[in-house]
Design a protein around this ligand. Sequence first.
Ligand code: PLP
Length: 409
Amino acid sequence: MNVNAIREQFPILHQHINEHPLVYLDSAASSQKPRSVIDAMKKYYESDNANVHRGVHTLGSRATDAYEGAREKIRAFLNAKSVQEIIYTRGTTTALNLVAASYARAVCGEGDEIVITPMEHHSNLIPWQQAAKATGAVLKYIPLQADGTITLEDAQRTITDRTKIVSIVHVSNVLGVINPVKEIAAVAHRYGAVMVVDGAQSTPHMKVDVQDLDCDFFAFSGHKMCGPTGIGVLYGKKELLEKMEPIEFGGEMIDFVDLYESTWKELPWKFEGGTPIIAGAVGLGAAIDFLQEVGLDAIEAHEHKLASYAYERLSAIAGTTIYGPGPRERAGLITFNIEDVHPHDVATVLDTKGIAIRAGHHCAQPLMRWLNVSATARASFYVYNTEEDVDRLADALHQTKEFFGHAIG
Ligand code: PLP
């Protein structure tokens, strides 16, 4: 993989921030976009723009072809059986909310169980809290080990024949933990439960095959995988989606409308009420082309190398705590704190040096409480990052520590 050639394709990276060349280490929050994605969206608006599924005119059919063509790219990318299993959403959050609002409310009753983990992003936690409240179901947690991982044994102990839904993050946005979702799906199925996977942090960085994982639902966001904001996907097995009711009603999703009754279109459109995010779908299709051209295996290996190097450099800074498992078991991000320096101060000082990292609770407040911190700093890597970026980060952290050490002392 030629990182320099890849970097050339990302216009935003070639700028100075606070008089330093930009080092972007916040891709877990949102990734940057290659020129091919920007150009595909520009071309769509400049030459093909119209509404989909309705116009008989040429632009209408071009827009429909672009929108549905991107759906086929997504199907192939995930190895789903059918495009009917690919529902466009605004992102992971909307996709998970759809399952919680439609599927969970239909299948859960008093005393049934929904099983998640304490490492979930709020988007894979609050929808289930709400579904549990609405149905009388019980929310149960697979406990975390000391290093933040979960074990299959604990999953087996937590999932019971009252469990209707198991919903787990594939890769944690805080700990970098890669969860054994395929194995947990097998346990869930043994008890007759469905397996939902929050793929927001896995889909951009590793090969995902929904048939191999045998998950029932899988959610992800375009903006974390070189695509635009405002577009994401819910994959669902056709037989489950067919039984589910839509949660948004209006144009686009109907078949027949009468004064008091209406019927819905077939899959996937019954879940896509209103004019969809057409340019977003086009951009996501272009992002998938880009990722496949580079190769997901190469991307994963590159990030793993960077995260291992970062782990080594950051753990050499005295007073630094790195959260989550060791470098061999983690995805391409490092969450950490420096003793006596608030993570917001760390991120602010780094920004003065042109380095963008994230600081805060990372939309995982229960996990912060488990870690016994209110916030952390996080550096996350992607296809365009280099070892030099890691060096700039580590050097700047040394300086930050010294600066605050002197200020405190
Ligand atoms: N799940 C995980 C693990 C995430 O990291 C994120 C975003 O940070 C989300 C869900 C929510 O994604 P979005 O805000 O794109 O809906």
